[in-house]
Structures are given as structure tokens and as C-alpha cells.
Design a protein around this ligand. Structure first.
Ligand code: NAP
Length: 311
């Protein structure tokens, strides 16, 4: 029987997703009708959705068996009171690959002191070799699809990696911790700290003045997760005191970051415009098709968001 699949990502992305989705759904052996709108919402079997897409009220989609997010971060969906269907997060090999590359690039920039070497504005010969990666402990907060891949990749470059997650977990080559004591221990050892947590009520403002003060003096913060995880004022104060050496920020409480925000002009802040990584239509379509196939076969959905945990 034909299954009706609604594409409810941002309207501008339909041309990018149409062909990859059709190809992946066909390869999964599904008979489908995929469209950016259906006249009758009650006829829709699956909804492919993004928080910036057209749906804010899921209640008319009474028949929908699952809502499949195009985004890894589901904070704009999971607390929608009209969403009663199972919600899946995007775990996409292309998205993960992009995040590993972005974080590795920024970590190596800071580790190797590239700014001092390359961006010198006056002739000066100051030959200080950077330490080896083995002598630069890194912390990764959040060890999910993205954090785990980032931690393992940095570990392969010889960085000692400390990771922190909500639940106890074991990852080869990574010193893993959880809980409040685990967080304090992780922060105390992180010369470079990478945030890859979801935004939830528990992680909002996690990096406040007290937790920032637990980082070693001169530490560097890299945030490609969500802006709300950091207390902006506390971060600026820590940078101004010299407690932190630099912050590389890809995400912000308000996006685009307002022109008047002090991050733009702060010499120790690097701003990037929420480009750390993005869902790639081809590999993401395969992930979506696989999940729809599983649901049709009566198997559990992969990467189900947990409304109690908030991600
Ligand atoms: P994920 O697979 O859901 O992993 C989340 C990780 O955070 C898990 O390890 C989880 O612990 C941990 N966590 C959640 N709540 C916690 C808490 N209260 N205390 C400690 N650890 C906690 O998510 P993901 O796919 O890796 O994505 C992470 C985030 O990256 C997304 O939510 C999104 O906000 C952001 N993102 C940004 C971009 C960008 O371009 N800037 C692109 C994609 C994603 P458990 O392992 O115990 O569950």
C-alpha cells in the first residue's frame, strides 16, 4: 500500500531533498507518495520535519506513525504540546563527518597557536613550538552521535580526551564521566573544552561562572552545540580576566548574532555563523528511509527522542 510522506522541512530545502529522498525511499523498497503538502493532513503517514518548517500544530496529523526530524537538535519540537507521535532525531553520517572536521580544525588552530604564528601584524621572530597533542587534554561535553565521533577523532590525533555524558558510558580511548562530580573532574582537565550537548532545561546555562571557573587558566572554549548552554556575561567576564584565553562560538542565544553583541568585537572571541555542520540531503535521506522501513516492518525506530530527557 502507498504510504503518504509529508516533507515539512523549510520550504527552501524541498528542491535539495526531493530527489535524494525519492531515491532512498525507493531503494528501501517503499511504495510512497512524497510531497511538501497534502490537502488532508489526516492522510499523512510520516512527517519529515524541521523546527523552521511550516508545521507548528501536529494535531491534524492523526494517522502519522512518526515524525522524523531533519535536525540533530530537537529542542524546537520535543516540547510541542501537539506532538504526540514518536519523534526521531537526525543522526546522519554526513552531518557527523562535517562536525568532526569543523571541531578538529578549530581545536588544531588553538592547539598549534596558529593565530600567533600566522596572524602576526609586525615582523617578529618568536619561535615557540606548540606542545604535542599528547600533552593537551581536551574535554568533550556530550558523547552522543556528534560528541562521540569528535572525541574519538581527537583521540586518534593523540589528544587525551575526557568526555562527559548524562548516563554512564564506555568509549574506547576516552576517559568517560557522568554526574556532577564527573563534570567537575572533566572541566578541571580540559585545556580545550568542546560543547556537544543538546539544549534542554538541564543544559541551559550549564557553562555558568562557577563551571567556567573550573577550567584550567588559559583554557579555550569551542561551542558548536547551542548558545543557551553558555552564560554569555560569565564567558565575557572570564575572557576579560584572562581566565579563559579564547572562545570559538558557532551558535548563539539569538541568531543571527545581533550586530551590537560584544562577541563580534571581542579580540578573544571567534564567531562563526552556525555553520559547524549541517544535515546532508543524500545521507540524511538514507537515514530517514531506513527508519520508515523499520517502522513499516514493525521494528523499533532508531534515534527516538525522549520527551522526559528533553532530547
Ligand atoms: P545526541 O546524540 O542526542 O547526544 C547528546 C549527548 O549529550 C549525549 O551523550 C547525552 O548523554 C548528553 N547529554 C544530554 N543531556 C545531558 C545532561 N543533562 N548532562 C550530561 N550530558 C547530557 O546529540 P548529537 O546528535 O550528538 O547533537 C548534539 C547537539 O549538537 C544537538 O542537540 C545540536 O544542538 C548541536 N548541533 C549543532 C550543529 C551546528 O551546526 N552547530 C549541527 C548539528 C547539531 P547520553 O549519552 O547519556 O544520552
Amino acid at each position: 500500500m502507498t504510504i503518504n510522506i509529508l516533507f515539512a522541512g523549510h520550504v527552501s530545502r524541498w528542491p535539495d531533498y526531493r530527489e535524494p529522498l525519492e531515491t532512498a525511499l525507493r531503494a528501501a523498497g517503499l511504495e510512497f507518495d512524497l510531497r511538501p503538502e497534502f490537502a488532508d493532513p489526516a492522510q499523512v503517514d510520516y512527517i519529515i520535519v524541521a523546527p523552521n518548517g511550516p508545521i507548528s500544530d501536529f494535531s491534524p496529523y492523526r494517522r502519522a506513525r512518526a515524525v522524523l526530524s531533519l535536525w540533530a537538535g530537537v529542542e524546537g519540537l520535543i516540547d510541542n504540546p501537539t506532538l504526540n507521535q514518536p519523534l526521531t532525531r537526525m543522526v546522519d553520517a554526513g552531518l557527523t563527518e562535517g562536525m568532526v572536521e569543523w571541531v578538529t580544525g578549530h581545536v588544531l588552530r588553538h592547539h598549534l597557536g596558529m593565530d600567533a604564528q600566522i596572524c602576526a601584524t609586525e615582523p617578529r621572530w618568536h619561535p615557540v613550538a606548540p606542545p604535542l597533542a599528547r600533552d593537551r587534554p581536551i574535554g568533550v561535553l556530550g558523547l552522543g552521535a556528534l560528541g562521540c565521533a569528535v572525541a574519538q577523532s581527537l583521540s586518534r590525533l593523540n589528544f587525551p580526551v575526557n568526555g562527559w555524558s548524562r548516563r554512564d558510558k564506555s568509549i574506547a580511548g576516552i576517559a568517560t564521566r557522568h554526574g556532577d562530580t564527573g563534570l567537575r573532574e572533566t572541566l578541571a582537565q580540559s585545556q580545550i573544552l568542546v560543547l556537544l550537548l543538546p539544549l534542554t532545561p538541564q543544559t541551559e546555562n550549564l557553562m555558568n561562572a562557577e563551571r567556567l571557573s573550573l577550567l584550567p587558566r588559559g583554557a579555550i572554549l569551542v561551542n558548536p552545540a547551542r548558545g543557551q548552554i553558555i552564560d554569555d556575561e560569565a564567558l565575557l567576564a572570564a575572557l576579560d580576566r584572562g581566565d579563559l584565553a579564547h572562545a570559538t562560538l558557532d551558535v548563539f542565544r539569538q541568531e543571527p548574532l545581533p550586530p551590537s553583541h560584544p562577541f563580534w568585537s571581542h579580540p578573544q572571541v571567534t564567531v562563526t555563523p552556525h555553520i559547524a555542520s549541517e544535515t546532508r540531503p543524500r545521507s540524511a535521506s538514507e537515514a530517514i528511509a531506513e527508519n520508515i522501513r523499520r517502522c513499516e516492518d514493525g521494528k523499533p525506530l532508531l534515534h527516538l527522542a525522549d520527551p522526559n530527557a528533553g532530547y
